[in-house]
Design a protein around this ligand. Structure first.
Ligand code: PLP
Length: 347
C-alpha cells in the first residue's frame, strides 16, 4: 500500500550476462596502468576508514576544477552523474511541473521523474535522431520546468543542435546538458554557456573515461547556482576512497586517460568504417565511445553474439530503436574479433 505507486515501475536494467568480450556498458575498455594502481593502493591503505570523508570534497574538487578549466566553486559532485540527475529532478521547480526530454535517450531521466512522481514530456527526435524545433515547441507548450539533453546522445551517438538546446534555455526552462560522452567528441561543449546562464548546467562523469567503478559525476554551473544545488545533496555522497582515487587519477593519471581516449576515438572511427562495409547493417554516425547499428533481427543477432562470447546492448525493445544494437568501443583486438564474428553472422 505504501509502495503501490511502484507496482508497475521498471527499474534501470543493464546487461549482465557474463561474456568474454564486454561491449555493452560504454565503459573505457582499458584498466588503469599498474604504476597508477600501486600509487592508489598506497594512498587507500592510509585512509582512516572509521572517519567520515570530507563533506566538501575540497581537494578532489580542486583537481576536477583544473581538469575542466573552471573553479571549484562551479562544481557539485555526485555519486555518479546518476545521482545528480535524480537530485535535479527532485529540486528543480515544484512537484507538479513537468520534465522534458527527447526520446530515445538515456533512461535515467525517465526513471528519475517516475521515482520523484514528476510528469514527463517525452518528445521524439527526428529520423536522424536530431532535435526538431517543431517537437520542442510542442513540448514547451506543456510548460516544463526542467529539460534534459544528453549530447552526444545515448543510445544514438550523435550530438544535438546547439542552437536548439540554447533555444530551450532561452525560453526559461532549467536546461541540463549531459555531456557524459563529450571527451570522445570534437564538438564544442556547453561549459562556457553554463558559466553565463542561471538556468543551464552541464553534467560530466568519470564513468566513460576509465573510472566507472568509483562513481564520480560532476555538475558544472555558475557559482551562485552551484552553491544552491550543493546544499541539497546528501552530505557524504562522495566516499573517502572515491575522493582519494579520483584525486590521484585526475592529476597523475591525466595523460594516461587522454592517451586512452585518443585510442578509443580512433577505434570508434575504424569500427564505423568497417561496419559501413557490411551489407544489411545500417550504421549511425557517432561522437561517442559506442556505435549504434540497425540490423534485420536485433534480438537474434544479440543472442548469436552472446553465444560467440560477445556482449553488446540490445536496444530493440525501446521505442524508435527497433532492431538496433549498441556496441561500445573495445580494445583494438576486441573490436577486430567483433567485426569478424559479425561478418560471419550477418554475411
Ligand atoms: C552513462 C551515462 C551517465 C551515467 O553516468 P554515471 O556517472 O556513471 O552515473 C549519464 N548520462 C549519460 C547520457 C550516460 O550515458
Amino acid at each position: 500500500m505504501f509502495l503501490d505507486r511502484f507496482k508497475s515501475f521498471k527499474s534501470y536494467k543493464t546487461e549482465t550476462t557474463p561474456c568474454r568480450i564486454k561491449l555493452s556498458s560504454n565503459e573505457n575498455p582499458f584498466d588503469l596502468p599498474q604504476w597508477l594502481k600501486n600509487k592508489i593502493g598506497e594512498e587507500v591503505k592510509n585512509i582512516p576508514f572509521q572517519r567520515y570523508p570530507d563533506p566538501t570534497s575540497k581537494e578532489l574538487k580542486e583537481v576536477i576544477a583544473d581538469f575542466y578549466g573552471v573553479k571549484p566553486e562551479n562544481l557539485v559532485l555526485g555519486n555518479g552523474s546518476d545521482e545528480l540527475i535524480q537530485l535535479l529532478t527532485i529540486i528543480i521547480g515544484n512537484p507538479d511541473q513537468p520534465v522534458m526530454y527527447p526520446v530515445p535517450t538515456f533512461p535515467m531521466y525517465q526513471v528519475s521523474a517516475d521515482i520523484v512522481g514528476k510528469k514527463k514530456i517525452e518528445f521524439p527526435l527526428d529520423e536522424n535522431f536530431q532535435l526538431s524545433r517543431e517537437k520542442i515547441d510542442e513540448a514547451l507548450e506543456k510548460k516544463p520546468v526542467l529539460a534534459f539533453f544528453a549530447s552526444p546522445n545515448n543510445p544514438t551517438g550523435n550530438s544535438f543542435d546547439r542552437e536548439l538546446i540554447k533555444y530551450v534555455a532561452d525560453r526559461g526552462v532549467f536546461t541540463v546538458v549531459d555531456e557524459a560522452y563529450i571527451d570522445f567528441s570534437d564538438k564544442e561543449d556547453f561549459i562556457s554557456e553554463s558559466l553565463k546562464r542561471e538556468n543551464l548546467v552541464v553534467l560530466r562523469t568519470m564513468s566513460k573515461i576509465g573510472l566507472a567503478g568509483i562513481r564520480l559525476g560532476t555538475l558544472i554551473a555558475r557559482e551562485d547556482i552551484a552553491m544552491e544545488i550543493d546544499k541539497t545533496r546528501p552530505p557524504f555522497n562522495i566516499t573517502y576512497p572515491t575522493q582519494v582515487i579520483g584525486k590521484i587519477v585526475l592529476s597523475e593519471g591525466r595523460d594516461e586517460i587522454k592517451r586512452q581516449v585518443e585510442i578509443i576515438k580512433k577505434e570508434r572511427d575504424k569500427l564505423l568504417s568497417e561496419l559501413g562495409k557490411i551489407d544489411g547493417i545500417k550504421v549511425y554516425p557517432s561522437d561517442a565511445n559506442f556505435v549504434l547499428i540497425k540490423v534485420h533481427d536485433g534480438d537474434a543477432l544479440h543472442r548469436a553474439l552472446i553465444e560467440k562470447g560477445i556482449l553488446v546492448r540490445n536496444m530493440s525493445h525501446l521505442p524508435y530503436m527497433e532492431n538496433c544494437l549498441r556496441i561500445s568501443v573495445g580494445k583494438p583486438e576486441e573490436n577486430e574479433i567483433f567485426i569478424n564474428v559479425l561478418k560471419e553472422l550477418v554475411g
